[in-house]
Design a protein around this ligand. Structure first.
Ligand SMILES: [Zn+2]
Length: 462
């Protein structure tokens, strides 16, 4: 099945690891169909730039050897034809495919192909093994490789691996695994493969735009590239994801140091851009909590205008109705009188809830107002305090594990003011003079993070 499809098993040698500035020094292509090699081709390529000594030592390909070899531009057209209509197979296909696309682009040709990565295939078929680089695969399967680190030698080893995998697992299993491994290669027609390849496998937010630059979707992930690709994977897709794949025209991204930064930016961007395919975070229009003001209980709305109002707020509800329901429960538990608190119409004498023994009877003179108030205050104190527990703004420090980058998320009274990567940026954020606006989504993200206990914070009181 898989081995019946026309394949091009490709291996490249290069001057380094980066397709933007490193160049190809050798190419090998094995054409295969119906499980047999039908053609074997390889050539040295003059990279037009010196090969670093370490790479000369690794591959054995020297500056002298490539001096008289053709430039890529001279063989681009013939190679393009050779690869046309074939599944592009390579060990770590992203690397070889990315390099070739860059070189073809420089030669004025656009190249796209279905790709199959034998690293991914090996991971699927032999998950019990930790390592899947070519050396490990060769050793594990006892593959004979006559010229390791030369293009043709490596391409042949990849082909041997495909044959062995087919023998081990049967063609059908291999075909299924290959389809799964190739999943990430299907991209919507309008999305440029190279643009997706350029997305780092790192934390951040990504923005998908549609026709005319209209924002379609904002997402976040700790591994952006995989997450973006997963939107476009074959198989089970929701109507929303099918629409995304159909309408996507461009993808933008912003890297963050970690997950918290990604969450905060996502919440902000969803609000600012209102992308068509994001689930609307329900607007908590009626956000409210209780305050005890001059001995009187009041339900205060927190129309996301002012963070100052948070001061002595107790509890936070999305609607007035749910707040009142909670108050009723609180009253039942503590024998409080809703009538005395002003939340039930005042009648003559004892309230109805006293008659059914839910109110301890402050309304009927059975207890003092002071005793009632003390129980109310104690009950409220057990509700969550929304008050900002710091003297002023704080910075939440987040580190990027791999790259040792640090971001400081500046937060004042639960409001996310922005993230800084330097002292200058930090100063700008603090001096921007923006009046913090309470935002329920930010509050939830931040309070969850700070409750973890291992959050690193610094006081930024001006
Ligand atoms: Zn009562």
């Amino acid at each position: 099945m898989l081995l019946d499809a026309p394949l091009a098993i490709v291996d490249l040698e290069t001057t380094g690891a980066h397709p933007a500035w490193d160049r190809i020094t050798e190419i090998a292509v094995l054409e295969a169909a119906a499980g047999e090699i039908t053609s074997e081709w390889s050539t040295l390529v003059n990279p037009g730039t010196p090969i670093p000594p370490a790479i000369q030592a690794l591959t054995g390909i020297t500056d002298d050897m490539v001096a008289r070899a053709p430039r890529f531009s001279e063989l681009a057209r013939a190679l393009h034809e050779r690869l046309a209509g074939r599944v592009f197979v390579a060990h770590n296909a992203r690397f070889d495919y990315g390099f070739l696309r860059h070189e073809f682009e420089r030669a004025g040709l656009s190249f796209t192909a279905k790709t199959l990565c034998t690293v991914k295939l090996s991971r699927r078929l032999y998950p019990e093994h930790a390592r899947h680089n070519l050396d490990s695969v060769i050793r594990r399967h006892g593959i004979a490789c006559r010229a390791r680190h030369r293009a043709l030698g490596d391409a042949e080893a990849v082909w041997q691996f495909l044959r062995l995998a087919a023998a081990d697992h049967g063609d059908e299993v291999l075909a299924v695994a290959a389809r799964q491994a190739a999943k990430s290669a299907t991209l919507p027609a309008h999305i440029d493969r190279a643009a997706v390849d350029a997305i780092p496998e790192a934390p951040g937010v990504y923005l998908v735009y549609g026709e005319g630059g209209a924002p379609l979707y904002v997402g976040k992930s700790v591994a952006m590239r995989s997450r973006v690709l997963s939107h476009f994977a074959d198989g089970m897709r929701s109507p929303r994801e099918m629409q995304l794949a159909r309408e996507a025209r461009r993808i933008d991204w912003q890297r963050t140091a970690g997950e918290l930064g990604a969450l905060l930016r996502e919440a902000r961007l969803v609000k600012e851009l209102a992308p068509a395919l994001n689930r609307r975070m329900k607007r908590p229009d009626e956000l409210c909590g209780f305050v005890l003001d001059a001995g009187k209980l009041a339900l205060r709305r927190l129309d996301d205008a002012d963070a100052d109002a948070l001061g002595c707020l107790r509890g936070l509800w999305r609607t007035r109705r749910s707040a009142l329901e909670a108050l009723r429960g609180l009253a039942d538990e503590n024998g409080l009188c809703l009538q005395a608190l002003g939340f039930e119409r005042t009648g003559k004498g004892a309230c109805f809830r006293h008659q059914i023994r839910r109110c301890a009877g402050v309304c009927a003179g059975k207890e003092s107002a002071a005793a009632h108030h003390a129980r109310l205050a104690a009950a409220l104190a057990r509700l969550k305090a929304i008050a900002w527990p710091h003297r002023g703004p704080i910075g939440i420090v987040e580190n990027d594990r791999g790259r040792e980058e640090t971001e400081i998320h500046v937060v004042d009274r639960w409001c996310y003011l922005g993230s800084a990567r330097s002292d200058a940026e930090l100063g700008e954020l603090l001096e921007s003079g923006r009046r913090p606006r309470f935002d329920y989504d930010q509050y939830r993200i931040l309070s969850r993070h700070l409750a973890k206990g291992n959050a690193r914070t610094i006081e930024l009181a001006a």
